[in-house]
Design a protein around this ligand. Structure first.
Ligand code: LLP
Length: 415
């Protein structure tokens, strides 16, 4: 959806160079068509299964207009907090397609979800299951899934691996075997599902295959113990090729061949929780080059977006392609850095990029997932505007935060 035509970077039918000249930078911008394409890809991957709910992981990009597109395509939501449920419902989402994950759900959050009659709560520990059982007494019965930690390495960055022993997520398979009596004692929490999410930015089918084979054993155990398991939540995690020179796209061919047959054997409604795969490649962060500085033999391209706007590089050493909005002749090797007072405020180091000069704009690519949603006001920086492109049409879906708004919650306490 993003490509250079006659030296100008386009998003769909919109010239980003022209657009960036007409609004303040930095900003986020998303291509609606990419999202729709990715949703269709996923729907077709799971189309052979009798019943699947695609529950978009709201944490990935929670802009209301993005959520509205997801809900409009029939997607449910994977939420992690009351705030995310509030957002998804405000965007027109269907509570009956919502699953609630997270290791530390509070009583207030659980009640909020139960009052809205969501599809399923994924309990991440036995103590949480007992809490749900107690609280659910006020709501009749509540469907719960037990999140399994299958102890399978997902082959991804250690900070985004969630399904190995020693992670805080889910319940080990041994623990489940040893606690069947406790599961049976539940009165208001009805154990109707199992859930997994083994990590994020996974590019291979094998870790999925291995963890679902383990999950199948748990499913059979629970069924043999008399539980009616109707739902299996298989998590999210499908990765994207951030570095096209190195990464292959997610291997759906092998997934269809090796993983889908395992899922077919589950005989349950499948819930899948993709986030990144749907929105990452739809989004860019556009920034302007403020200065080009040469120091100690290094060239620093200093842009006006920082790690507070996109933290992925500082936090996970993530790779993001950086492209000029208008191509000049030649290339240069540079560190592309932001304005924040941290040495980790670097988008790329020693990167060969198309030549840029002061005043030029660049697009930090594949920034639609975990970009805006992880941004902060650090260094007194207002949160950015977001735009949505459809064809040659572009419209704001969030305006830039005003300075006044950054102090509203404190002003009344100023003595
Ligand atoms: N379901 C659960 C329970 C999750 O914890 C997550 C992501 C997802 C689904 C969606 O995963 P996805 O399809 O997007 O891989 N901030 C990191 C990624 C953290 C992922 C957290 N959980 C990053 O920027 O790479």
């Amino acid at each position: 959806m993003f490509d250079h035509r006659n030296g100008q970077l386009y998003c769909d039918e919109l010239s980003l160079a022209e657009f960036a000249g007409s609004v303040p930078t930095p900003f986020y911008l998303y291509a609606k068509k990419t999202m729709l394409e990715r949703i269709r890809t996923l729907s077709s991957v799971f189309s052979s299964l009798p019943s699947t709910v695609i529950a978009y992981a709201v944490k990935t990009n929670n802009n209301l207009s993005i959520l509205k597109i997801a809900a409009g395509e029939g997607l449910g939501a994977d939420i992690i907090s009351r705030g995310e449920l509030f957002r998804y419902l405000a965007a027109g989402g269907d509570a009956r397609k919502v699953v609630f994950s997270g290791v530390a759900k509070t009583e207030a959050e659980l009640r909020y979800a139960m009052e809205r009659n969501i599809l399923m709560i994924n309990a991440e520990s036995l103590p949480e299951l007992l809490a749900i059982d107690r609280i659910a007494a006020d709501y009749g019965t509540v469907n719960v899934a037990l999140r399994i930690n299958p102890d399978v390495a997902a082959g991804t960055h250690k900070k985004i691996t969630t399904g190995t022993k020693g992670n805080k997520f889910g319940v080990g398979i041994e623990t489940i075997r040893e606690n069947i009596a406790l599961l049976r004692s539940l009165k208001h929490a009805k154990l109707t599902g199992i859930a997994m999410h083994i990590g994020s930015q996974i590019l291979k089918a094998k870790p999925y295959h291995d963890s679902y084979v383990r999950a199948k054993a748990v499913l059979e155990l629970l069924r043999s113990e008399g539980f009616t398991i109707t739902h299996v939540d298989i998590g999210g995690g499908f990765g994207i090729p951030y570095n096209e020179a190195k990464d292959e796209p997610f291997d759906f061919t092998s997934y269809k061949k090796t993983v889908i047959p395992v899922l077919e054997g589950f005989d349950a409604t499948m819930i899948v929780e993709p986030g990144r795969f749907i929105v990452a490649e739809s989004g860019v962060l556009v920034a302007r080059v403020e200065y080009v500085k040469v120091e100690a033999g290094r060239t620093f391209v200093i842009v006006n977006a920082g790690m507070n706007d996109l933290v992925r590089v500082a936090m996970y050493d993530a790779y993001h392609e950086i492209l000029p909005l208008v191509k000049r002749a030649g290339t240069m090797t540079a560190d592309i850095v932001g304005p924040v007072c941290e040495s980790s405020d670097v988008f790329a180091s020693g990167r060969r990029i198309s030549t840029v000069k002061e005043g030029d704009c660049v697009a930090i690519m594949n920034a639609g997932a975990y970009g805006y949603s992880m941004s902060s006001n650090y260094n007194g920086r207002p949160r950015l505007a977001e735009y949505l492109v459809d064809g040659s049409h572009v419209r704001p879906i969030r305006r830039e935060e005003r300075l006044e708004e950054m102090i509203t919650h404190e002003k009344e306490y100023l003595q």
